[in-house]
Design a protein around this ligand. Structure first.
Ligand SMILES: Cc1cc2nc3c(=O)[nH]c(=O)nc-3n(C[C@H](O)[C@H](O)[C@H](O)COP(=O)(O)OP(=O)(O)OC[C@H]3O[C@@H](n4cnc5c(N)ncnc54)[C@H](O)[C@@H]3O)c2cc1C
Length: 379
């Protein structure tokens, strides 16, 4: 019986488990993660407004993993031995015939004073902290921005910051408090969100103008303070700073002995195989993949890569060459709490729709559908 290890319990890991199990009913699959729970990140943006509570977005995976015949091994991966054949965790070692890495990315914390910024990418506690700070503010300036990884400029995540910005504007209007707050969006680029497509930049900036949101564009942030954001083009006063830093690979990547990209991610080929490593695959935010510079670090992309990695892993265990490749596709609904802006991009076209109420409801429906199999198993 072949032993396969999956690292992580996020979007890529769970999609990989489903695909591996359907291709290899007899394989011994072990999943290693700090806890057997799935966090649905896309809905974190609704925690500050109270539309979601932290516990709504956390799903216990114990029963789902049992139903999939997966052995759960609690632990945090620290490194690898023997080119990936042994995974070293804080709670012992796990041997495998093939390895699929899906332990997500990490956010760069290099900017001085970063502790003064709230970064929602840190998960449920960060989203709750934003809510607590908002609840305590009677007025002032809220500054929103996102950064990149200078060594791998595509390693950024701007979408949720646009969502927080527009969502906060809607929420303040609903409370009758909007006139007490100034909202400012700051970014090093003059065309923020360009990876979403040229039309998307125009659309997002137009939405900011329509909502009376100020911008401070084309100036790189250099430091954060309790009361301001310093940039190369002057300071932005702020009573609360919301910032999404650029991304890099997981902390344990450097101890893995595997090939890393410039930006610190596991370097993969078009088959999601880690460069130069035998039967080691990567999917989702942990990897750096060949393709267009707008390839998103998104849940949808993670799912596409996970299915590809799992298929090629199964083929390799049957002694066959890789055959699957993933398509590059960017699909997101930039939610505004009362509507949503659909953005789509693939190799052939880029599309953005104006804000539509139905898209807000589509995003909510998608969350329910995506989580259904995991919640059903947990009942
Ligand atoms: C606020 C926010 C909003 C977003 N909105 C959207 C959206 O609307 N649409 C969209 O498509 N994407 C969105 N994303 C991006 C999306 O959530 C990520 O791209 C996606 O989670 C990546 O999946 P992943 O499986 O690669 O990593 P993750 O989902 O981050 O999962 C990583 C897993 O690995 C585990 N892990 C970490 N380190 C270790 C270790 N050392 N050992 C073992 N396990 C480890 C973690 O516990 C976790 O289970 C959003 C992200 C954020 C933060």
């Amino acid at each position: 019986m072949k032993a396969v290890t999956v690292v992580g319990a996020g979007f890529a890991a769970l999609t990989a488990v489903k695909s591996l199990r359907s291709r290899m009913p007899d394989a011994e699959i072990t999943l290693i993660a700090p806890s057997a729970e799935f966090i649905y990140y896309p809905s974190l943006i609704w925690v500050p407004s109270g539309l979601r509570r932290a516990e709504d977005l956390r799903v216990d995976l114990t029963d789902w993993l049992n139903a999939q015949g997966v052995r759960f091994r609690p632990g945090t991966v620290q490194g690898l031995r023997d080119g990936g054949r042994v995974v070293v965790t804080g709670t012992g070692e796990v041997a495998n015939d093939a390895l699929l890495i899906a332990s997500g990315g990490r956010f760069l914390k290099g900017l001085p004073g970063i502790e003064h910024a709230l970064t929602i990418c840190q998960g449920l506690p960060a989203a709750q902290a934003i809510k607590a700070r908002m609840d305590g503010l009677a007025g002032g300036t809220l500054a929103f921005g996102f950064g990149t990884n200078p060594k791998e400029p595509s390693a950024m995540r701007g979408g949720p910051m646009f969502e927080l910005l527009f969502g906060m504007d809607t929420w303040l209007r609903r409370q009758g408090q909007r006139d007490k707050f100034r909202l400012v969006f700051f970014n090093a680029a003059t065309e923020p969100g360009k990876r979403l497509g040229d039309k998307a930049v125009v659309g997002l900036l137009a939405e900011m103008a329509r909502r009376g949101i100020d911008t401070h564009l084309g100036h790189k942030p250099t430091a954060f303070h309790a009361d301001r954001v310093e940039t190369e083009g002057g300071a932005v006063a702020a009573d609360m700073i919301l910032f999404m830093p650029g991304m890099t690979g997981p902390a344990w990547a450097e101890q893995s002995g595997l090939t890393l990209s410039e930006g610190g991610f596991f370097k993969a080929d078009v088959h999601c195989q880690v460069a130069g490593a035998e039967r080691v695959y990567v999917a989702g935010d942990a990897g750096s993949y060949p393709g267009p510079d707008w390839m998103p670090k998104q849940a949808h992309m993670a799912d596409l890569q996970a299915a590809t990695a799992a298929e090629n892993l199964a083929l390799a265990l049957h002694g066959r060459p890789p055959a699957a490749r993933f398509r590059t596709e960017l699909v997101c609904i930039v939610d505004t709490l009362d509507s949503g802006i659909l953005v789509f991009r693939n190799e052939k076209r880029a599309l953005i729709l104006p804000p539509l109420k139905v898209m807000h409801w589509a995003k909510r429906a998608f969350e329910r559908l995506y989580l259904r199999p995991y919640r059903k198993a947990a009942r």
